[in-house]
Design a protein around this ligand. Structure first.
Ligand code: SF4
Ligand code: SF4
Length: 294
């Protein structure tokens, strides 16, 4: 089972939910729906991976993530400009007797190499970040980190998921922490998930971004969706009205509580600071399972 925790906008408490759901499952070996299943946590928020701050994983392995970008042999190049014409991303330019590659813009699609009429382009690896694997007790932990200045996070998200999920044997529960928003890295994080758990605030901004996120997960990717209202009590009833209208279940509400913010600022998981939340997160997991089984 793959549960991806997402949010239309940043700062809604998405990582708090992902981390505490995972920790609650980690401590629930007596629960028959958890017992015997491998637990996996993957931080796919590669621009700002901060789940490790709360989970304190023991990191054991690291791999670079790279893709191929063009390098031009100026001896062979005729400066015909074909490579610049075919690049959709404006990542290569021919200026007089020079060809310039803007590696930060390149998506490694290979079109310029294929289209060069004189074979003046070969490809070289460009490192865009890294992925790491470790453990939090019996749970396997993965995270990706994107290098500063890199334009696309999607290949790193894909690699984190590949490492975390492709070779898992047997029954497992994977919690994925997606990046905020609704762009390509979010879609990549959500792909093939069994459930999209959307964390939102009950404000007009929260509602605006929630609508977009629900649209992506439910209508474009065809997966079941549930909502958690964080900082419940602020704002207005817009999120509730939207969920009722769209038939999106509200699976949990977390009130605005100073103690939660203080625990976060200390890097302390919510279920350690307020142990009563452990049961609530387990209940959330059971509700998700119920929604998937429907
Ligand atoms: S397509 Fe090839 S020959 Fe033409 S400008 Fe680009 S690198 Fe040079
Ligand atoms: S590999 Fe693709 S994105 Fe990169 S410069 Fe060539 S055509 Fe542009």
């Amino acid at each position: 089972m793959i549960i991806t925790v997402a949010s239309g906008k940043g700062g809604t408490g998405k990582t708090t939910i992902a981390v505490n759901l995972a920790l609650s499952l980690l401590g629930a070996s007596d629960d028959p729906t958890v017992r015997g299943r491998k637990l996996i946590f993957a931080d796919c928020d590669v621009e700002e991976p901060n789940a490790a701050l709360f989970l304190n994983p023991l990191l054991r392995e690291s791999q670079e993530v790279a893709f191929q970008i063009p390098e031009v042999d100026e001896e062979t190049c005729t400066y015909c400009g074909r490579c610049a014409q075919v690049c959709e991303f404006h990542a290569i330019a021919v200026v007089g007797q020079r060809v310039i590659v803007f590696k930060e813009l390149c998506h490694g699609c290979g079109s310029c190499t294929l289209e060069c009429p004189v074979g003046a382009i070969h490809e070289v690896p460009y490192v865009i970040g890294k992925i790491e694997r470790g453990r939090v007790g019996s749970m396997t932990f993965f995270q990706g980190t994107m290098n500063i200045g890199v334009a696309t996070a999607t290949p790193i998200v894909r690699q984190v998921k590949h490492w975390a999920l492709d070779d898992v044997q047997g029954d497992f529960i994977a919690i994925l922490d997606a990046p905020p928003g609704t762009s390509c890295p979010v879609v990549e994080s959500l792909k093939n998930s069994d459930f999209a758990l959307m964390v939102t605030e009950p404000t007009p901004f929260g509602l605006h971004d929630l609508k977009l996120a629900v649209q992506v997960a439910r209508k474009e990717l065809g997966m079941p969706v549930g909502v958690i209202i964080n900082r419940d009590g602020i704002g207005d009833a817009g999120v509730e009205e939207f969920c009722a209208q769209e038939g999106v279940p509200i699976l949990m509400r977390i009130p605005l509580d100073r103690r939660i913010a203080e625990a976060y600022s200390r890097g302390e998981p919510l279920i350690s600071a307020l142990p009563e939340y452990r049961e609530r997160f387990l209940e959330l997991y059971h509700r998700i399972q119920g929604e998937i089984d429907r």
